[in-house]
Design a protein around this ligand. Structure first.
Ligand code: PLP
Ligand code: COI
Length: 349
């Protein structure tokens, strides 16, 4: 790919409404390298592979972190990215937590702009229900054998058009409470988006799916009493008196979707509250859901906890408040309602 960053403009020929949450090759990705204490200017490339040293710290000592955000085509035909500045700040937090060189906020945003712009034809058309998932990845690429941070880093950002994370989209899923696997330790890195947290969750996710559940609800690792995460997403619940509740915990990822829902819930008079949520409380909620970039809002239809199961969606349909929140969030992302909070970043050209 040349440095002039020319790119094809005709929409890709994809079956947009049939897309799953998976990888589809696009025209290019972007890479920035940090060496000798500074970042370079970044380059777009068609190469899907990364040549790195076999002793790179990302391969041995987990110096790796990532982000996830989405671009949408709006009703008026613009391409917008949802709350990219928040993802930039979260990558900065994560990078510092595991002693990686944090990409400057402006560089992160520039990387997102350039790679989305260059792959504009892969942004799913308005109305298809699909979106362009953006995956920034930061890795330590310097060779180390002793357990020490790298001096060299690469930030790369690829994009891929996606459909819903849970296969039926905005339909209630069955969840099970996990008691045999901890996703993150109380003073560990659960609040940072490092790959190791996902490695730690693979076994529990696979076991849940084998038993017919979509994913697991994790409890806090210290007391096994309070709700932490909900698969690769935050947990929220609606109480019977119409309050939006979501867990407060140092070992969950501060979800940007959840933060947005807290704002919207407040505007809707749902009195949002973050507090430790005792697992026994699930039996009293009116609705529950997972929320995240990939999951958007995925309503929880039932939760199994030991011998008991609570069912929120006996008719297989999402609850009314989850539906209202989902519609509001989607309407903002798709430019159907005014972006009063300044959450959308328009990609030029
Ligand atoms: N929790 C975990 C473990 C996640 O992987 C994600 C996804 O990014 C979230 C929560 C939701 O965060 P966000 O809404 O920022 O995507
Ligand atoms: C996201 O929602 O962006 C995530 O990172 C979740 C998952 C696909 C890892």
């Amino acid at each position: 790919m040349s440095n002039t960053e020319t790119h094809e403009t005709q929409k890709a020929n994809l079956n947009w409404s049939e897309l799953i949450f998976g990888y589809t090759k696009t025209d290019c990705n972007i890479r920035y390298t940090f060496s000798n204490g500074q970042w370079d200017d970044g380059v777009l490339t068609e190469d899907e592979n990364i040549p790195i040293h076999m002793a790179s710290t990302c391969l041995h000592y987990g110096q790796e972190c990532f982000e996830g955000l989405k671009a949408f085509e709006t009703k008026s035909g613009d391409v917008v990215v949802f709350r990219a500045d928040e993802n930039a700040k979260r990558m900065d937090y994560t990078a510092r937590k595991i002693l990686m060189a944090p990409p400057p906020i402006d560089m992160f945003l520039e990387a997102v702009d350039r790679v989305v712009q260059a792959n504009r034809r892969f942004v799913p058309p308005y109305g298809t229900g699909a979106s362009l998932y953006i995956r920034p990845l930061l890795i330590g690429i310097g060779p180390r054998v002793g357990v020490k941070p790298s001096d060299d880093y690469m930030l790369m950002v690829f994009v891929t058009p996606v459909g819903p994370y849970f296969k039926n989209g905005f339909k209630p899923v069955k969840m099970i409470v996990e008691e045999k696997v901890d996703r993150a330790a109380p003073l560990g890195v659960g609040d940072a988006k490092v790959g190791g947290n996902y490695a730690a969750s693979l076994r529990a996710g696979a076991a849940a799916r084998e038993k017919g559940y979509a994913d697991v609800v994790y409890l806090d690792a210290k007391e096994r009493k309070y709700i932490d995460e909900s698969g690769p997403a935050n947990f929220f619940a609606i109480t019977k008196d119409g309050q939006y509740l979501t867990p407060k915990s140092d070992s969950i990822l501060p979800s940007i979707t959840n933060k947005s829902l807290v704002t919207l819930a407040d505007e809707m008079g749902l009195r949002p509250e973050r507090r430790p949520i005792d697992i026994e409380e699930i039996f009293d909620f009116a609705e529950a859901g997972c929320c995240g970039t990939a999951a958007v809002i995925t309503p929880i239809g039932s939760i199994r906890y030991r011998e008991r199961e609570v069912v929120y969606s006996p008719d297989g349909e999402p609850g009314p408040i989850s539906t209202k929140l989902y519609n509001k969030l989607r309407a903002i992302q798709l430019g159907e309602e005014p972006d009063t909070h300044g959450w959308l970043r328009t990609i030029e050209g």
